[in-house]
Design a protein around this ligand. Sequence first.
Ligand code: HEC
Length: 320
Amino acid sequence: MNKKQLISIAIIGTVFTAAVHADTMVISKSEAIVNEFQGELKSKLVQAMKSGGPVNAIEVCKSEAPVITQLMSKKYNVELQRVSKKHRNPINKPDAMQTTILDYMESQPANSYYQEFGDNQAIYAKKITTAKVCLACHGDVVDASVASALEKHYPADLATGYKEGDLRGIFSVKWSANQHKNIGVKNLRKVDQNLWVGGQPSIAQIAELKEAGITRIINLRSDKEMKFDEAKVADQLGIEYVSLPIAGAKDINFENSRKVRKLLDEANGKVLLHCASSNRVGALLALSANEKGASKSASLAIGKASGLSSLEKVVTTLLK
Ligand code: HEC
């Protein structure tokens, strides 16, 4: 590496370090907010159960839970929620994005989720699992007194019939523009600790990704599509670069999904798997999940969570 290259990388590095740190901070801040929220709800619930049993606790939950939710949202300047497909209070109904996350959580052993979207917005979600203590008010069989209290306060209640271990819902923390800064890569998503997926990063963003710990880039775009020499940029930054050109619909098949899986499995450390918009990435990850035994709908949910969009039809016809 010559001196000029070193300097340009150093400059990119300084300019974007702040953004990278902000990004990691958003996740840990979201985690802290959820922990505090969960702690408050739990202590209210436990107190109310102790002092007057579940019927009393239902009344306390009804009056306190929405207030705690609003106050904590205000305190941290975020939109904090607990949402569930089978909800008790209709204000806890998930929106389209939260529904996608719930589908994803149902099909994956993931405990949390983070995604940047739109104009500098982000969502963090944490899984809520049904525990034994929850069954008194959310289980298959509830006491007659509990059933009548629920009937009275929540005539449209959907939140019973859960079993221990079931996905009960998610804590959702939404950050809007200017509350956080992100790396800015289109559709960037951290699937887990070692796999990030997304669209095309710019040269500056590749430097940020390096700062964020990416050690290997797998690019599904063809050389023809590329506006700069990504292999060279990666090389200069000390990131391993692998090219696996996927031309479009005709290259979406199980053979290629196996190749992607192999490239992911053999990597040491954190990988960025990208194409132009993450559509091809999502398509191949859906096929890969399907081949590993995920159902059709679970595979589609996995693909969509990772960017599958216009290739959905192609993927659907291939899924087993
Ligand atoms: C004493 C009865 C009671 C117990 C026990 C209880 N809940 Fe609830 N739960 C409620 C009530 C009442 C609401 C509606 C609160 C509101 O109006 O916002 C609720 C709402 C929720 C929601 C928000 C989504 C929705 O359905 O509206 C989640 C998530 C939830 N409970 C999870 C749990 C979990 C997890 C446990 C066990 C750790 C648990 N609950 C134990 C009574 C209970």
